[in-house]
Design a protein around this ligand. Structure first.
Ligand code: FES
Length: 676
């Protein structure tokens, strides 16, 4: 019996540092719950799931002002002994639901026992993702039916779940009830339930498995872009990406960019429905393929998150996007939605799986921009950051702790290699890096799938499988920027002739010129050139991007930013120097331009594994001030000035300090060559 006059034992948990006194005899799990310490449990303390494992520490800990002995916890009990014998328990570990606190103790909670463990993101400066999934597993023992106290099987299951801390507020679907009775009886009334809770506190049963299930559930984060759809199959217990895949958005056949798809919906009876069916089928096929390739049954995939721009959002949900094609660009709803995959007719998921769409920011600024904001958190930045997510539509955010502005700019598909004469998707064989010697004007390049530059010994053998097939988005940016640095392209975007540039690689093409980057014809490959039309396509795209950024800077009342973050599957591969030579982004010190990878995809993954993040971004988007580029009078002016390489009027002092751009001019109107 503890001495009534001595204080209750002190328990300190690491790594959280949470501490407090609990009555002697309290289990470690109960103490953790009382002190708000993150300690997992699926079986509700029955000693069968081992999710509550802890590592008690002994010795003197001056930092914590505590000395803990071996007898601080109750001796190893029969439940632990049975668990250790059957499943094994690491040396030094105890089951938190069995070990009782008898004296002052220091208890370490290992990462795998933390429900809200942090997932480290690959990029060094990225914030970790905290786990807080919306769907949880709970093992329960359901009371058997009793003739004297008749209640339904569902009611007894719901009561057991409520007692285990997982109340279910929503009625089950008839199909779930139909499976319930045989499932409970077959499992001997011991089942593990998956319970999903949405942001409004509504909770529902997703599925039941016989006995104890500790195998983690899975979810898929979708980044639904106008051109491509990317999907990440994710472990909902630790946030690990199990497999990723991508496909082209099948809606491309109805129109390459968003506005042409809106027009297709407007002009073609049934057109919107056709596009809805196409994108849902593609998402379902992607989910099915991801699960199949990773050996994960559809039943195991219980959640999805989709981020996309407003037109994609409306088409995916079956809403005619016609209002998004004209001012004032009204959305059907800008709220986040919690839906069932079944009502959207998506294949590849558990029949009761839930699908969450992030909130939209405005008529042209979508859930993809919200996902970028969730991933990059500009509202926590001390300095003024410009975040550019480059895709067919660019999402642009500018802000710091004092506020965030957002807009979207229609850059078109040129940055993704479309509308470029030798353009192709970023795939093996595509040129992704280019250098041009300013003296000889000779190029060298690297292709995806080979680590060698094209002038290195062994290059030909290294691309024998893939060939050199085209130029991807980052390749065309580098090619143009290198042409500008080498004096093959002037500030207005004209490619010079062989005579003007001194290289036979500048060939006539109709009334303009093109630069020969690679002639693969001797090996039966294509001849890859950069044409005047390619330069114009990139100029249009980059002008739209820069003009969008400048509009946000105008609204903020600044002419410069402190740093730039390039995001997007393509943005991650752009070299800052080359982007700035072309004037895609405002002038800033080159080492202040960083890459965030696929920030929209990361935002989708964060929302998939952390329901608190969903609540945060739902509130956060209401504080983001939107700028509508289409109706801003200065957009046109900024667009025209941004057409020059790098810019007609804005100074680029940081760029000038790093790169000298030759002052060439190839406008030969009137038969005379001008030189500035
Ligand atoms: S809570 Fe399941 S074993 Fe302790």
């Amino acid at each position: 019996m503890p001495d009534a006059s001595s204080p209750d034992p002190l328990v300190i948990f690491t790594p959280s540092g949470k501490r407090g006194r609990v009555p002697a005899g309290t289990t470690v799990l109960a103490a953790a719950r009382a002190l708000g310490v993150d300690l997992d449990s699926v079986c509700g303390g029955r000693g069968i799931c081992s999710k509550c494992q802890v590592a008690p520490q002994t010795g003197s800990f001056p930092k914590h002002g505590i000395t803990a002995t071996d007898s601080a916890l109750s001796p190893w009990n029969a439940v632990e002994a049975r668990y250790a014998e059957k499943r094994g328990l690491q040396p030094g570990r105890r089951l938190g639901c069995q070990a009782c606190i008898e004296a002052d103790t220091l208890i370490d909670v290992p990462p795998e026992s933390q429900l809200h463990r942090q997932v480290i993101r690959k990029s060094a400066d990225a914030r970790p993702i905290e786990m807080d999934p919306a769907t949880r597993l709970a093992y329960v023992e359901v009371a058997e039916p009793d003739m004297d106290e008749p209640t339904g099987d569902w009611q007894r299951l719901a009561a057991a779940l409520a007692a285990a801390g997982h109340p279910v507020t929503e009625a089950p679907a008839p199909a779930q009830l139909a499976r319930l009775q045989p499932a409970l009886r077959k499992a001997g009334w011991r089942v593990t339930a998956a319970v999903h809770t949405d942001g409004a506190g509504r909770s529902r049963l997703i599925d039941l498995w016989p006995g104890l299930r500790t195998e983690p559930l899975k979810g898929i984060a979708f980044d639904l872009g106008s051109t491509t759809i990317a999907a990440h199959l994710t472990d909902l217990s630790d946030g690990r990406v199990i497999a990723s895949a991508g496909v082209m958005n099948p809606q491309i056949r109805f129109g390459e960019d968003l506005m042409s798809r809106v027009s297709y919906a407007m002009m073609t009876p049934g057109g919107a429905e056709e596009m809805t069916a196409a994108v849902r089928a593609a998402i379902g096929d992607l989910a099915t393929a991801l699960g199949r390739d990773a050996g994960v049954e559809p039943r195991e995939i219980t959640e999805a998150v989709v981020v996309c721009n407003p037109v994609m959002h409306h088409l995916f949900l079956g809403i005619d996007p016609v209002e998004l094609g004209q001012a004032p660009f009204a959305l059907a709803s800008d709220a986040a939605l919690d839906l069932s995959t079944a009502e959207l007719g998506l294949a590849g998921f558990n029949p009761a799986a839930r699908l969450y769409t992030l909130p939209l920011i405005a008529g042209h600024v979508g859930a993809d921009a919200a996902a970028v904001a969730l991933s990059e958190a500009p509202e926590t930045s001390d300095d003024l950051v410009l975040i550019v997510d480059v895709g067919t539509n660019a999402e642009i955010l500018l802000g710091d702790r004092s506020g965030v502005l957002a807009c979207s700019s229609p850059t078109g598909p040129a940055f993704e290699g479309a509308q470029i004469s030798s353009g192709q998707r970023a795939a093996p064989g595509a040129i992704e890096r280019v250098e041009i010697d300013p003296a000889t004007k000779e190029p060298r390049f690297r292709v995806i799938g080979s680590d060698l530059w094209s002038d290195a010994p062994g290059f030909a053998a290294s691309v024998a499988q893939t060939g050199v097939t085209g130029i991807c988005g980052s390749g065309i940016i580098e090619a143009l920027a290198e042409m500008r640095i080498a004096g093959l392209l002037d500030a207005s975007g004209l490619i010079g002739s062989a005579e003007q540039t001194g290289t036979a690689r500048c060939e006539p093409q109709g009334r303009t010129h093109q630069y020969l980057l690679h002639d693969g014809t001797p090996e039966g490959g294509p001849r890859l050139t950069v044409t005047q039309g390619d330069v114009r396509a990139i100029q249009l795209a980059k002008s739209a991007l820069y003009a969008g950024a400048r509009l946000l800077m105008d609204a903020r009342g600044v002419t410069r930013v402190d740093r730039v973050v390039l995001a997007g599957a393509f943005g991650a591969h752009i070299s800052p120097k080359h982007a700035m030579v072309l004037g895609m982004i405002p002038d800033v010190a080159l080492d202040r331009v960083t890459s965030a990878g696929n920030a929209a995809g990361t935002g989708a993954r964060i929302a998939l594994v952390n329901c608190g993040a969903r609540t945060r971004i739902e509130a956060g988007v209401r504080r983001i001030h939107k700028i509508e580029t289409a109706t801003q009078p200065r957009f046109q002016e900024h667009f025209v000035n941004a057409s020059a390489l790098p810019h007609a009027t804005d100074p680029f002092p940081n760029l000038a300090a790093a790169v000298t751009l030759p002052e060439v001019g190839f406008n030969t109107e009137g038969g005379r060559r001008r030189r500035r």
